[in-house]
Design a protein around this ligand. Structure first.
Ligand code: FES
Length: 78
């Protein structure tokens, strides 16, 4: 399904981009990773939802024993 009609980006394109990253990217960062930028902004909520879904799924994978990137980042920030 196309989520960004201005840049012709599908939800699959966005998911693949987000999955390839180890951080929780901003929408602007997602666009930059895909070699484009936001134009009208109508897709922002959809992209945020995809990023949120990906982040929630990654948290589910973490056992809380400092093995994931998120736990390591939290440890470095503390
Ligand atoms: S629909 Fe994505 S910038 Fe317009």
């Amino acid at each position: 399904m196309i989520v960004c009609s201005c840049n012709v980006l599908s939800d699959r394109d966005v998911r693949e981009t987000v999955t390839a990253r180890s951080d929780r990217p901003s929408v602007a960062s997602v666009f930059r990773s895909m070699g484009c930028e936001a134009k009208c902004g109508r897709c922002v909520r959809s992209i945020v939802a995809i990023v949120d879904q990906h982040s929630a799924a990654r948290l589910d994978e973490c056992g809380g024993n400092s093995d994931c990137d998120s736990c390591r980042a939290d440890g470095l920030a503390a």
